[in-house]
Design a protein around this ligand. Sequence first.
Ligand code: NDP
Ligand code: HSE
Length: 434
Amino acid sequence: MIDHRTLRVALLGAGSVGSQVARLLLEHGDDLAERSGASLELSGILVRDLDAPRDVELPRELLTTDAENLIVGADIVIELMGGIEPARTHILTALNSGADVVTGNKALLAAHGAEIFDAADQVGASVSYEAAVAGAIPIIRPLKDSLAGDRIVRIFGIVNGSTNFILDKMDREGLSAEEAQRIATDLGYLEADPTLDLEGYDAAQKAAILASLAFHTEVAMEHVHREGIESITADMIEGARRAGFVIKLLAVCERLPGADGEDESISVRVYPALISRDHPLATVHGGNNAVFVEAEAAGPLMFYGAGAGGVQTASAVLGDVVSAARRHIAGGVGVGESARQSLPTAEIGRITTRYQITLEVSDEQGVLATIAGILNDGGVSAATVEQTVDDEGTARIVIGTHRAREQALSDTVARLAQSDVVERVASVLRVEGE
Ligand code: NDP
Ligand code: HSE
């Protein structure tokens, strides 16, 4: 048996993910030592409440509320507390005292990533964060390492498990949004503050992290266009189904080539969108995540699996811990983040995609001609038009557009809303994945 050097590992947080990381570190110590070349000694676990009930039984003597004492002297600090403070301060303390850091904290990285990565660069330490995006799915390392020789053009996918669970329940079981949300809450799928999931903040934080990495550009949260699933109704899900689509909350990060005197820019956005039922994303059910990466040389790649869950996410954390341990043993500086390109982030009005517009209209002659005229004046071309009248006598027109610029589309929808023949714009959804 090789006599490995011992590295002290401090764990901050023993919740859903942290308790599983602690368990695996304690149970698989020998295996992890073989893989990392270091004996990983769990030196302590920071918690708020020493007596709080825990899903996993942890040695009582490892629990502590003394952050400073635990962090200073550690070789690797794993931050799994969540939130901004005191997580940010603890990570900066860890880096400044020579430790490598592993974190799953997307909220912190989306808000303070630049500060943390700069601090790591200053001391030559590494900050790893595979667990921060899409739970167990390896997506950060492929973007950072495996695809480092390629040029990423587009990333899009489902990066929030709880909203996917809700939309999937509505689609497959015909539940209302309220019923599906109640089940998600009962199963503990939603964050303590559910608006983080429902209003798309969690997905936007992950999109900001992915775009920063893929396009070598710091992407601030305020530059991520964000729409959540609050407005999605059972009627909209049913309408999508009839038209051969499913509604998914998507994160889209893409390069926009310069055109008509515009510079190359990037677009980072989160919104519920229509996906063809034939598309692989349509078959991502429950709380799972899936991310498509399109790279110039590699072409399209798909990453799929558990986007959350304590033990699943612990797998991603431990992969980072093994890498950090290898770096610590080998010496040399950690591989920093690259923000060399500094591409501007485009307003949502610059994107082009297809749209589906659902209008409630007066059921009389000439309505279609009026609507066609407004579309034509706005430079939006219709690919499909379907008119139905339901049992209550409400006439609906569903227009599928050809690709259009978002700005032209939203101006046109505003004019439709003002038109005498349109009673209500029932929904406007983007169509993605084509
Ligand atoms: P939990 O809320 O389950 O656990 C948080 C832990 O941190 C608890 O043990 C808590 O202590 C401790 N803690 C929080 N604040 C403090 C503080 N001020 N001082 C000391 N200890 C503190 O979080 P999760 O395990 O769910 O998530 C951890 C991180 O992983 C988050 O950043 C999250 O976004 C990320 N993540 C989570 C996923 C998941 O599926 N849960 C998936 C992917 C990423 P105590 O137990 O005493 O209350
Ligand atoms: N709230 C997140 C989700 C947890 O639903 O995906 C995992 O990051």
